[in-house]
Design a binder for this molecule. Sequence first.
Ligand code: NAD
Ligand code: UDP
Length: 311
Amino acid sequence: MKRILVTGGAGFIGSHLCTRLVNEGHDVICVDNFYTGSKKNVAHLISNYNFELVRHDVVFPYFAEVDEIYNLACPASPIQYQIDPIQTVKTSVMGAINMLGLANRVGAKILQASTSEIYGDPTIHPQPELYWGNVNPIGYRSCYDEGKRCAETLFMDYHRQNGVRIKIIRIFNTYGPRMLPNDGRVVSNFILQALQGEDITIYGNGSQTRSFQYVDDLIEGMIRVMGTDDNFIGPVNIGNPNEFTILELAKKVIEITGSKSSIVFKPLPHDDPKQRQPDISLAKEMLNWKPTVQLNEGLHKMINYFKEFVI
Ligand code: NAD
Ligand code: UDP
């Protein structure tokens, strides 16, 4: 049994991670300021004596004796992280400094939830970890992209300078139950719109691509990365390489829900990446990991969840 700190633990991915870790018998401290997370996401864990929920903003230092830290605190939806871009940068950069400082002090292993966004609008396809990316440093998405890039830099520097035991994963678009209805990301938007019979809003002409990963696959990947020996630090891509255009996704959601919704086209947001697909050779080789839930199955699960809990 380990004592494990999960920052951003009341968010979409964090709540699944906390659940898995508590179920494995670990003592879990979930730290969250509820910026995009919610107590509801972890309500099923509250009565478990191995679970503690702490309201705290990672921009400020936090102290606890822990063995492992998963650093997930940061809004992930473009709409959410652009509401307060300065706070988004602070969360990634100062949050990383505070958590790395804690890891250094208590000798904990620490995993950073980085992102495919560090590749920006990629000119290499699919994206391997060796690709340095194509990121606009002064655009509307920069608070997230550059914040996450700086966090990776800090992780590497704490490792090289202080010997902190780090792991960096680059997560590609992930979806699943407990995404908030107002989250603004494409899968939850389309499912809600389809179930409510509203227009499905495609930004741009829908030819941009994303590769969608079901949350259970990601959690398995995260646990495996944390379990690797100290020599393996990443960065390692964790995502599902099956790539779809946004128009294909909209059609799939309409088909599975049997919705009468129409598709409408809205302006494309600034710096919206045109394509995204992970090269997961490294994860396959080092973790013996690959995604197991494909889009149709994952969409069915998420649609059932939204029918029951949201609509
Ligand atoms: P989410 O918005 O649901 O969760 C983020 C959580 O962090 C929320 O609970 C939020 O309240 C909390 N948080 C935000 N700022 C905080 C702060 N200053 N202090 C404490 N808590 C704070 O998003 P998610 O999809 O669950 O993403 C979790 C992590 O995974 C993020 O770091 C995100 O960048 C990364 N990621 C997610 C995806 C994805 O597709 N879901 C892709 C790449 C990377
Ligand atoms: N998108 C869309 N309609 C929506 C929400 C998003 O067409 O209602 C598009 C968005 O422009 C982007 C893709 O879907 O091209 C994925 O968007 P999301 O916000 O989920 O994630 P990210 O852009 O960070 O990959």
